[in-house]
Each structure stands twice: as structure tokens, then as C-alpha cells.
Design a binder for this molecule. Structure first.
Ligand code: HEC
Length: 121
């Protein structure tokens, strides 16, 4: 029975992803990530990810620029995802980076945000 539930869930997932082509991002997920970025991140991180949003002025430490190639090279996707969901404090960074617990059950949206941050390099 469990196996059956597993397989039917999997086939639903495959259907939902448009035939199982994992390289193709779901446009709805991309749109949601874009919305989260604009509504919840740009105030501090700036629309180009340079850490120069209006909300950053009062922060200490300020968010780094995501364009820093050295940071891009040494940081891991898992760490970026963890900071987004669990906040800066979870990895020893400042509490100025608040957690976003509402994204905890939306790993696909978090993955798109990670992609977005990677895209600033
Ligand atoms: C209230 C301001 C604020 C908001 C809003 C905010 N951040 Fe941050 N964020 C920060 C600060 C400040 C840091 C740097 C913390 C440090 O260096 O100690 C940070 C750090 C980060 C880092 C880690 C960078 C590193 O040094 O490893 C990531 C990734 C990140 N933010 C992504 C996001 C995303 C995605 C959102 C939106 C969901 C977001 N942040 C919303 C202030 C904010």
C-alpha cells in the first residue's frame, strides 16, 4: 500500500513537472520566487543583489554584494538556502537577516531564490 501511494505520488509529481523534465523550471515557481525576492529581499539586498536596498542603510553588518566572485565561489547552495529559510543566525551570521519560515515547505521556491542569487555573479 505504501509503495502504491509512493508511486502514484511520484507520477503526479512527474506530471506536474511537465513530463519529468527537471531542467525546465516551473514558471509558477519562478514567478513566486520573483515575487518573494521583490517583496521580501530587495529592501535590504537591493534589486541587483548589491546589498544596497533602502533597508540596508541602518544595518550593521550590511548584506554583502552577491556579485562578489570570491563569495560566490566559496559559499554553498545549501548554505544560501539555509540562511534564507532559517535566518542569518542559523549559520553564525547577523540576525539582521531574518528567517523566512513560510518558505520551509517550499523547497522549490527556495531553490529558485538560490538560483537568482547565483545569477548575480
Ligand atoms: C531586513 C533586511 C534583510 C532582508 C529583508 C533580507 N535580508 Fe538577507 N541578509 C541581510 C543581512 C544584514 C545579511 C548579512 C548578515 C551577515 O553578514 O552577518 C544577509 C545575508 C543574506 C545571505 C547570506 C549571504 C552570506 O554572507 O552568506 C543570503 C543568501 C540572503 N541574505 C538572502 C536573502 C533573501 C533571499 C531574502 C528574501 C527572502 C533576504 N535575504 C532578505 C538582510 C536582509
Amino acid at each position: 500500500m505504501n509503495k502504491l501511494v509512493f508511486f502514484s505520488t511520484m507520477s503526479l509529481l512527474v506530471l506536474a513537472c511537465g513530463g519529468g523534465d527537471e531542467s525546465k523550471a516551473d514558471p509558477a515557481v519562478v514567478a513566486e520566487a520573483e515575487k518573494v525576492w521583490k517583496e521580501k529581499c530587495v529592501t535590504c539586498h537591493g534589486d541587483r543583489g548589491m546589498g544596497d536596498g533602502p533597508g540596508a542603510a541602518a544595518l550593521n553588518p550590511k548584506p554583502r554584494t552577491f556579485k562578489d566572485p570570491r563569495w560566490q565561489m566559496q559559499t554553498k547552495d545549501e548554505r544560501i538556502a539555509k540562511v534564507i529559510v532559517e535566518g542569518g543566525k542559523s549559520v553564525g551570521l547577523s540576525e539582521g537577516m531574518a528567517p523566512n519560515p513560510e518558505l520551509a515547505d517550499k523547497p522549490e521556491v527556495v531553490a529558485e531564490l538560490v538560483k537568482k542569487i547565483r545569477g548575480f555573479r
